[in-house]
Design a protein around this ligand. Structure first.
Ligand SMILES: [Fe+2]
Length: 135
């Protein structure tokens, strides 16, 4: 699986959010690039936990901004963020956790969700935050 290369079109116009998105993409890229070499289940589980922990930090920061500026799609964003965390945790806390924990299905889900969410949902707040003077 290919790693995700950051492109300017991923920018949501708020530096703090772009930086957090870049860090999150970096964490997913680390999982993608080490998929075949990482064999220790504990290490993989730790990396995944680290990524979901940071995703939560980022989601809270994003939702905090949305609340502060009364963004009208905050509820939808919260729902999607929670669904992502739940689904990711479900992937790696399944009872049949085994050597395939870092499956292509999981990595594919993480990468597809992240890019899809940034480009579709987060991109909707670009204009909104810009109009509030954020950059
Ligand atoms: Fe978001």
């Amino acid at each position: 699986m290919d790693i995700i290369n950051w492109k300017d079109e991923f920018s949501v116009g708020v530096k703090e959010m772009d930086d957090q998105h870049k860090k999150l993409i970096g964490m997913v890229n680390k999982l993608i690039s080490e998929q075949t070499s990482l064999t220790d289940q504990r290490t993989i589980a730790d990396l995944l936990t680290e990524m979901t922990d940071y995703a939560q930090v980022h989601f809270r920061a994003e939702e905090y901004l949305m609340a502060e500026y009364d963004y009208d799609q905050k509820a939808l964003q919260e729902e999607q963020h929670q669904a992502f965390i739940d689904k990711t945790i479900a992937f790696y806390s399944a009872s049949d956790i085994g050597p395939n924990i870092l499956s292509t299905a999981l990595l594919d889900y993480l990468a597809t969700w992240l890019i899809g969410h940034i480009l579709k949902e987060d991109m909707k707040y670009k204009k909104f935050f810009k109009s509030k003077g954020l950059s």
